[in-house]
Design a protein around this ligand. Structure first.
Ligand code: HEC
Ligand code: HEC
Length: 364
């Protein structure tokens, strides 16, 4: 009896969430305080929304909204604690082509560590040719709550199974990888120094430790959030204001300014998005549920100015165009060029420092 009950509950929660999200979208002054205080499931996040949506129509609403918004984006912490020897093994595995079926591709082939943790081509090309989606950056993944463009996985550790098995990526498997790693004297030595046996778990552990260390703190906007008024220019300040007033922040929030929720891409028409944009059906392809059609994870906007091309299909080259599309498809608004330029300045202020750990490893 338990399973039908849970399914029923799931349907009710999902339905109420759809209504609430729609409601929040058509009424811009509604305040929904969604906090990200732990790795939770979607339903929990959204239940919280339900509890905290306020019916506040007072004239001071905008100010009130902004005060709240200030708390919804938090700077990337600078006091990162990393197990460096473990992360170093992860770094070596990340760059090792022998992990793929035909020994031609490493994680780094699609997630460039010299630049932005992603790559510049629209659609990634793996061990067996082209895949379907744009590579996501591995920088700041530590602050995501869901992974992949469709948010289908909740932890970084389970995320790794994706690229390892995907025929369009590494086209490999854990037996093959474990076998290769145990036969390497170099890895053998490093894992034994860590007191770890070589197996799927320890390999994942090292990759996750490495990826968790790939944070890009101290962006101009983070410094501004911490009180340095001069860290960003006038145009970026205007853009930040628009970002809050127009409601971008309702979806793009938290430390990663995204990466936490799954939303429909193309609320207001599908001309440039959804089905007419690409054949990608988003979360539906994973769950097969009608309600999940065109649901995608809200992209993180950290370093977005240096991670073109944009969107899951990588079909949008410029940031201006991406902002325009977001206005039209997610908010039903057509922005003036000046507004787009200001939003762009704000997004440019989200570019942080290259992960420190990479310099440490490169210079050892
Ligand atoms: C052939 C290119 C390719 C290779 C090789 C590859 N990836 Fe990816 N990676 C992608 C693409 C494309 C996505 C987005 C896929 C999606 O959303 O369905 C992605 C997504 C990710 C994400 C999710 C980021 C997020 O915020 O959700 C992480 C983490 C990641 N890859 C790590 C790895 C690791 C670790 C390896 C090596 C074991 C690896 N990748 C190998 C192309 C690749
Ligand atoms: C209703 C939720 C929602 C709102 C509101 C919203 N976005 Fe998005 N945003 C998304 C989703 C979902 C994606 C990922 C779409 C995809 O590619 O599948 C995204 C992607 C993006 C991207 C592309 C990121 C990348 O790496 O490819 C940019 C840039 C962006 N949004 C900026 C904005 C701006 C600026 C606003 C306000 C004008 C805004 N968004 C409002 C949900 C939203």
């Amino acid at each position: 009896m338990k399973i039908p009950y849970l399914v029923g509950l799931g349907v009710i929660v999902t339905m109420s969430v759809v209504v609430l999200v729609y409601d929040a979208l058509i009424r811009p002054n509604h305040t929904s305080a969604i906090s990200h205080d732990g790795h939770q499931h979607n339903e929990h996040h959204l239940e919280k929304t339900q509890l905290t949506i306020k019916d506040d129509h007072s004239s001071s609403n905008i100010e009130h909204n902004n005060a709240l918004s200030q708390h919804r984006i938090t700077p990337i912490p600078t006091n990162l604690i990393v197990n460096q020897p473990l992360a170093k093994v992860g770094w070596m595995l990340f760059k090792d082509r022998n992990l793929s079926s035909n020994r031609s591709i490493s994680c780094e082939s699609c997630h460039h560590l010299q630049t932005n943790g992603a790559e510049v081509i629209p659609i990634s090309i793996g061990a067996n040719g082209a895949g379907m989606r744009n590579s996501l950056t591995v920088f700041n993944t530590a602050y995501n709550y869901r992974f992949f463009w469709d948010g289908r996985v909740n932890t970084l550790s389970s995320q790794i199974d994706g690229p390892v098995h995907n025929t369009a990526e590494m086209d490999s498997n854990w037996a093959l990888i474990t076998n290769y790693v145990s036969q390497s004297e170099q890895y053998e030595l490093l894992f034994s120094e860590l007191g770890l046996e070589i197996n799927e778990q320890s390999i994942k552990l090292s990759l996750v430790e490495f990826m968790n260390a790939l944070t890009t703190p101290n962006s101009p906007f983070d410094r501004y959030l911490k009180g340095d008024e001069n860290a960003i220019g006038e145009s970026a300040k205007q853009g930040w204001q628009t970002f809050q007033d127009e409601g971008c922040i309702r979806c793009h929030q938290g430390t990663n300014i995204g990466g936490g929720m799954v939303m429909r891409f193309g609320y207001f028409g599908l001309t440039k998005t959804g089905q007419e944009r690409s054949h990608d059906q988003g979360r539906y392809m994973f769950t097969g549920k009608e309600i999940d059609r065109h649901l995608f994870r809200v992209a993180s906007l950290r370093n977005v100015a240096i991670t073109a091309p944009y969107f899951h299909d990588g079909q949008t080259d410029s940031l201006e165009e991406a902002i325009k599309i977001m206005g039209e498809s997610q908010l039903g608004k057509t922005f003036e060029d000046e507004t787009i330029a200001q939003l762009k300045s704000f997004l440019e202020a989200l570019t942080g420092q290259r992960p420190h750990i990479l310099e440490v490893f490169e210079n050892e």
